[in-house]
Design a protein around this ligand. Structure first.
Ligand SMILES: [Mg+2]
Length: 169
């Protein structure tokens, strides 16, 4: 397929959100969503106490390389589509920190779309719009909106999926 856009999620795909929760917030890692409201309360409360939580996340092994491989072939069709917590969670600077994370690890060329999670499916404008995301709920709503999807597990299996789609050689 000739893709119009290939969107990479950040948390759990490019940046190691769970490791950040464990190491920076000193909490048990979240399970795949939905988490309980009680867990979310504790998690966001812990995140508020960490200075620049999102900027401090480590990259997930081998995914920066995978991103750059896709970018080399697809150029500016590759973008980032990432969600930030709702305003009520009060994670100050989450958007700036995510943007600066991308600038640090992936440079200034890549377009970064920062939205609320519920708005992600609005980017699925057809079957040639691919989302690479680790959250099954996001994948499901993307698919319902008519986009193509790749549920991310790790860089190696994502690479195989991207080859099957003819995106990587
Ligand atoms: Mg994610």
């Amino acid at each position: 397929m000739n893709y119009e856009k290939i969107y990479f999620d950040m948390d759990g795909v490019l940046s190691d959100f769970n490791k950040g929760i464990v190491e920076l917030c000193k909490m048990e890692a979240p399970t795949q969503n939905p988490n309980t409201p009680e867990y979310d309360e504790r998690m966001f409360s812990a995140m508020r106490k960490v200075d620049r939580f999102y900027f401090r996340l480590d990259p997930i092994e081998n995914t920066l390389g995978l991103f750059k491989e896709v970018q080399d072939i697809c150029g500016d069709k590759v973008e980032i589509l990432t969600a930030i917590p709702k305003a009520i969670r009060n994670i100050i600077g989450a958007d700036t920190d995510k943007l600066e994370w991308v600038r640090k690890y992936l440079g200034y060329e890549v377009k970064v779309n920062i939205v609320l999670r519920r708005d992600k499916p609005k980017f699925a404008k057809g079957s040639n719009y691919l989302l690479i995301d680790d959250t099954p709920n996001n994948i499901e709503s993307w698919r319902k909106a008519g986009g193509d999807d790749l549920l991310f597990k790790d860089a190696e299996s994502a690479r195989i999926e991207l080859k099957l789609r003819g995106i990587l050689n």
